[in-house]
Design a protein. Structure first.
Length: 215
């Protein structure tokens, strides 16, 4: 019988140790996600479960104590006094613990969101750059094909007509054919007001003379 009585508080002590360890591990996990990143969600869930269990047990015991006090059970008044004194003595340290818990948790949440937002921005930037490079490559390949078609056209009027068709197919605002010296041979523009095409700068012609692609 004495052995059974000694074992009665063992589950409560074991749960208290587990919840205390989870609470202590939560602070370094919040400050450094790489330390316990894989177990962060489990630690938070375990702490929430611990809070719910402790709150429930406290509520049940306080309710029982109040019932015993109203029924004038022997020792209930003294037990109630001890509970009130303990509660008053625990308010200050619990308030300090609560303050630091909220502080560290808010820091952890802010850092977590900062990391996620920064990662999302980097991913979006990389996706945009990849999409732009793919679009540029597609345009360069299409222009090489267009250049081959233009080189097979001998009539000046045919070149202008072909540029008009190619500009419409490629959805370009302007398309022009230049000599290596920069002279305009033919052009097609979707802007009826603009009479002369926009001339590329010398860097473009320098790369073309070196048989390099400019995009």
């Amino acid at each position: 019988m004495n052995f059974r009585r000694a074992l009665r508080p063992a589950p409560a002590i074991g749960l208290s140790i587990i919840f205390l360890a989870a609470s202590l591990l939560l602070t370094p996990a919040v400050e450094n996600k790489g330390l316990l990143g894989d177990f962060y969600g489990g630690l938070v869930a375990l702490n929430v479960i611990g809070i719910v269990i402790m709150t429930s047990l406290t509520t049940i015991n306080v309710y029982r104590l109040i019932r015993q006090f109203r029924a004038q059970v022997l020792g209930a008044r003294l037990a109630l006094r001890f509970v009130v004194i303990f509660a008053l003595l625990a308010i200050i340290p619990l308030s300090i613990v609560y303050y630091f818990s909220v502080y560290f948790l808010s820091r952890g949440v802010d850092s977590w969101f900062d990391v996620r937002i920064e990662q999302a921005l980097d991913d979006a930037l990389l996706l945009g750059q990849t999409s732009l490079e793919a679009k540029k490559t597609d345009v360069v390949i299409r222009l090489h094909r267009n250049a081959a078609q233009v080189s097979q056209t001998t009539s000046p009027f045919g070149v202008i007509k072909l540029l008009e068709e190619l500009r419409g197919e490629g959805d370009f605002s302007e398309m022009s054919l230049h000599s290596l010296s920069g002279r305009v041979i033919a052009s097609s523009s979707g802007d009826a007001i603009s009479l002369t095409p926009s001339a590329p700068d010398d860097t473009v012609f320098a790369r073309i003379r070196q048989r390099k692609t400019y995009a």
